[in-house]
Ligand binder design. Structure first.
Ligand code: ADP
Ligand code: MP5
Length: 269
């Protein structure tokens, strides 16, 4: 029997601990019944406690992976994660622009959950100028949104202000500011701004320290949902619900911030 299945490409880094990056993306794609393809940007020596080392690939190697996937498999949606440096970001942005690969979910990965800086300063600028304007949805967390907009985010109103600022300064179609790094009752509350306006996304707050990979998982789920034909709003809503479930089933692995449980329904024992 032959089956037709959407192909989703992630352009991101490897997490040796398996909780975030390419590993989280591919598990999320599998859960959503889409075929996951990957273009690796870098290899991190990482666990639940720290990022010990990062080795980047040459930009041409990243673009060659992208081309190999697009030329043969075709792609119904793309997401980007950790892009490491300005050269890789520029090369990927140029290729995405030329090929007009859409929908495109940009997770502007800059700082890890353990607090490690994951890309350099110049890379932030290139992300802003070359990649984010092309995005269907951009998904910064609290700290990334602050860095991208200059708005200090300490309330729901400031989350909304940052979303407005980022949307109008970049021309991106939709902005999702994630609230996993907020405190009190705003923890786990996200704000989505698209062409229809602003919505606040609230699910239950999960009391767990094991949040490694939440951002990667959410952006991968949104890309998978877009690939299967959902609207932006629907893709984001369903992605948020998926992350909430995965957080409920997060894994007690390692000494630090453990990963979320991507295949929760299969692991109920
Ligand atoms: N404790 C939590 N309870 C419920 N949702 C959470 C919690 N922590 C993070 N989230 C959700 O996980 C998703 C990823 O957000 P966040 O953790 O802020 O991203 P990142 O991993 O990029 O820092 C968001 O939808 C956020 O609201
Ligand atoms: C290779 C890689 N990519 C991304 C993240 C961010 O992870 P998170 O989803 O927790 O923000 C990470 N720690 N490592």
């Amino acid at each position: 029997m032959k089956s037709k299945i959407p192909v989703v490409l992630t352009i991101a880094g490897s997490d040796s601990g398996g909780g975030a990056g390419i590993q989280a993306d591919l598990r999320t794609f599998a859960f959503h019944c889409v075929h996951g393809a990957s273009a690796l940007t870098c290899v991190t020596a990482q666990n639940t406690v720290a990022v010990n080392r990062v080795d980047g690939l040459p930009p041409q190697a990243v673009v060659a992976q992208l081309d190999a996937v697009v030329d043969d498999l075709g792609v119904q949606a793309v997401k980007t994660g950790m892009l490491l440096n300005a050269e890789i970001i520029q090369a990927v942005s140029d290729r995405l622009q030329t090929l007009q690969l859409r929908p495109l979910v940009v997770d502007p990965v800059m700082v890890s959950r353990s607090g490690a800086q994951l890309i350099d300063r110049q890379a932030v600028e290139t992300l802003q100028q070359a990649l984010i304007p092309q995005a269907t949805v951009v998904t910064p967390n609290r700290y990334e949104a602050q860095l991208l907009t200059g708005v200090e985010i300490n309330s729901l109103e400031k989350m909304e202000e940052a979303a407005e600022t980022l949307k109008w300064q970049s021309g991106v179609q939709a902005v999702l500011i994630k609230g996993g790094g907020m405190t009190g009752e705003l923890r786990g509350v996200d704000v989505l701004l698209d062409d229809q306006g602003m919505v606040v996304l609230k699910t239950e707050c999960i009391d767990t320290g094991n949040t490694h990979g939440t951002g990667c998982t959410l952006s991968a789920a949104i890309a998978a949902n877009l690939a299967t034909g959902h609207s932006i709003r629907d893709a984001v809503h369903q992605g948020k619900n998926y992350v909430t479930e995965a957080l409920k089933w997060s894994l007690e692995i390692g000494q630090g911030t453990g990963p979320v449980g991507h295949f929760f329904p299969l692991c109920l024992n």
